[in-house]
Design a protein around this ligand. Structure first.
Ligand SMILES: [Zn+2]
Length: 359
């Protein structure tokens, strides 16, 4: 199976491939225009394709680029699903909504965050009661240093090592990546208000999902876990309705941060929790597909470097080119075998979502 033809080299190509595949499938795309431009001066947008019977009350949502640069992966799976004709096998009463690039700015600029420097999947908290993360204060000078040099890297390794020795590796991961609302110039910042992508997601829910009785949400991610492995992550613990349904649909390899079985730390301000709140009358079954790339230390370092670059660095410098190559690689291994693994697993997950929501 040649998977690589469905994947793109940049956001513009990914968008063109998606729009072409959508047109070939005879679907109508609704475009949410983004107010800013990409690094090439090109337009940015979230494009949404709905496929299936107009009156379907069971809807599977497949979303890419929640974390910008991770959209190379999600977009490739959406295009593959369309081009390989999987959409022709939809059962009666089921529709699929493909959300292409919910965070197009991060995708185009090869960043995990939105244009507001916000982690979209931490941007759905109760803004009146934002969680605090006091342990992060001692790490912040190393997470977001003023300079990016060998010396600051060595100091960071020492500080992170000492923190992990005291709180465990997952304690370090959760403190940094769990979501924070105090340092707008840090990483995994959840924002102080809804971002453009947050509001667009809400608009999509209102346009496509308010009449749905059952909703499956499949959110495509990369950057955690072993190379090419697609970990299926949901919320809650065994015994919770959502968790148990995810296991029944996708198998007992489903993990959850709350149950302590996931490579992901416990997170705050999640989109999938907000989706359930927005659809109180629907049965919502969320799953995140998290594909591994390279070791977590490399992925984290690439995020901190990119954060430094956009705050303090020169985007035209040789160092910027190195940093951009690293973050792209950390979330999108440009390897044929990785794309083959990604697409194989994605098609299985999408098929399970479609078949189980129908039953
Ligand atoms: Zn992600």
């Amino acid at each position: 199976m040649s998977a690589k033809r469905f994947f793109a080299k940049d956001y513009a190509e990914a968008r063109a491939k998606f729009l072409d595949a959508a047109a070939a499938a005879g679907g109508k795309v609704h475009t949410f225009k983004h107010p800013e431009k990409g690094p090439d001066g090109g337009a940015l947008a979230t494009d949404v394709l709905r496929i299936g019977s107009p009156n379907a009350r069971k809807v599977v949502v497949i979303q890419s680029a929640t974390h910008g640069v991770e959209g190379f992966c999600g977009s490739g799976t959406q295009v593959g699903w369309l081009r390989l004709g999987d959409w022709k096998k939809l059962p009666d009463g089921v529709a699929v909504v493909l959300v292409h690039a919910i965070n197009p700015h991060g995708f185009a600029w090869i960043r995990r965050v939105t244009q507001e420097n916000v982690d979209l999947n931490r941007n759905f908290p109760d803004f009146g009661k934002l969680p605090r993360r006091p342990a992060l204060a001692e790490l912040m000078p190393h997470v977001a240093p003023a300079e990016w040099t060998e010396a600051t890297a060595a100091a960071r390794r020492a500080a992170f090592g000492a923190f992990a020795a005291k709180h465990g590796p997952m304690g370090l991961q959760e403190t940094i990546s769990g979501g924070q609302y105090e340092y707008p110039n840090g990483i995994f910042f959840g924002g102080k208000a809804p971002t453009w992508s947050h509001l667009t997601f809400k608009a999509i829910v209102e346009k496509y999902l308010l009449k749905a009785r059952r909703v499956a949400f499949v959110d495509m991610h990369t950057g955690l876990g072993p190379y090419g492995h697609g970990e299926l992550i949901t919320m809650g613990r065994p015994g919770n309705e959502k968790f148990d349904r995810a296991v029944a649909w996708y198998g007992d390899s489903v993990t959850s941060p709350e149950a302590g079985t996931s490579t992901s730390a416990k997170l705050s301000g999640l989109m999938e929790a907000a989706l359930s709140d927005m659809l109180p009358k629907a049965e919502v079954t969320p799953i995140a597909v998290e594909y591994g790339t390279y070791p977590t230390a490399f992925v984290m370092e690439s995020l901190m470097a990119d954060n430094w670059l956009h705050l303090n660095g020169d985007l035209a410098s040789p160092l910027a080119r190195r940093i951009k190559a690293d973050i792209r690689k950390a979330f999108y291994p440009d390897e044929d075998d990785w794309k083959e693994l990604v697409l194989l697993k994605a098609r299985q997950v999408f098929r399970r979502a479609v078949n189980h929501i129908a039953s």
